[in-house]
Design a protein around this ligand. Structure first.
Ligand code: CUA
Length: 318
């Protein structure tokens, strides 16, 4: 398997990638051949038949049946060959193998959530076993996104109110970039994730690994990790700078003012509500764009994030 890529293509890391690349290069080389042929002929004729004086005699030949047949039949044959090859690969990419592992993909502004058979989930990290076909059942909770893993040559729109599917088999363990390929607003360029292809054993272990902080890790430290792994970091800063959402620096215990009036002190219940029902209270000066974390964060994780946010400053303790 090609792991370095070429000038024109990233590494080919799925079973379909070789077929896609072969088609791409076939079309590229045919295009180069005809470009040289047509431009070359045009140049030669321009030079050969250029006007050399006033007395030039006009040609009396008005067409050549032989030539016309050749330049009609040859392209038709090429186009039919490309259609058959393209359609074959298209069918291969669209027919999901029966034994595929089904993973639910949810896109929202601006993160990816993956739900695995058995109930575990992950955010911005798709973990799959090597050598097994993976079926992705995808939908969006807001606008159109596009699931794109260049190394796999897999790209599929992810739509609200409708499921789309894609599948791939990654034969070897490794890590690959996953990006959103449909402009979806302010955070579009941050809608990046990783695909981790692991061995069967690692995949099973990963699925069984319960949530909660690892042995000996404080809740605050665990929350700090979740802040990044659950992608709060895409929209919220911890240094006071204003991003898509309010900063978490010195948020806890402070007065928060809402759009259209109303205010509250940012306490545990307010922060919990903001995670699970973000549209309930919109902080003045911000847009209601936060996705709900209902079903993504469990209570333990919410606790840890609150402890972390508390650690970033609490006015009442100053
Ligand atoms: Cu999601 Cu661009």
């Amino acid at each position: 398997m090609d792991t370095t890529g070429t000038l024109l293509m990233p590494p080919a890391s799925s079973t379909i990638a070789g077929d896609v690349d072969a088609l791409f290069y076939l079309i590229l080389y045919i295009s180069i051949f005809f470009f040289v042929l047509v431009v070359g002929a045009a140049l030669i004729f321009t030079l050969k038949y250029r006007r050399k004086g006033e007395a030039a005699v006009e040609s009396q030949v008005d067409h050549s049946l032989k030539l016309e047949i050749v330049w009609t039949v040859v392209p038709v044959i090429i186009v039919v060959i490309l259609f058959v090859l393209g359609f074959t690969v298209f069918m291969k990419m669209n027919i999901v193998p029966k034994d595929a592992i089904e993973i639910k993909v949810t896109a929202q502004r601006w993160l990816w959530t993956f739900d695995y058979p058995g109930g575990s989930n992950s955010v911005n990290e798709l973990v799959v076993p090597a050598g097994k076909p993976i079926k992705l059942l995808m939908s969006s909770t807001d606008v159109i996104h596009s699931f794109f893993v260049p190394d796999f040559r897999v790209k599929m729109d992810v739509l609200p109110n409708r499921y789309s599917t894609a599948w791939f088999t990654a034969p070897d363990p490794g890590e690959h970039n996953l990006m959103c390929a449909e402009y979806c607003g302010k955070g579009h360029s941050e809608m990046l994730a990783r695909v981790k292809v692991v061995s069967d054993r690692e995949y099973t272990e990963w699925l069984q690994k319960g949530s909660g902080p690892p042995e000996g890790m404080s809740l605050e430290k665990y929350g700090e990790g979740l802040f990044t792994s659950r992608r709060c970091v895409t929209c919220h800063s911890v240094d006071g700078s204003v991003n898509v959402g309010p900063s978490f620096l010195e948020l806890f215990g402070h007065q928060v003012y809402f759009k259209g009036g109303g205010q509250t002190v940012a306490d545990e219940n307010y922060i919990r509500e903001s995670m699970l029902d973000p549209e309930a209270k919109i902080v003045d000066g911000f847009d209601p764009v936060m996705p709900t974390y209902q079903g993504i964060l469990n209570d333990r994780e919410i606790d840890a994030l609150i402890v972390y946010i508390k650690s970033l400053g609490n006015q009442r303790e100053h």
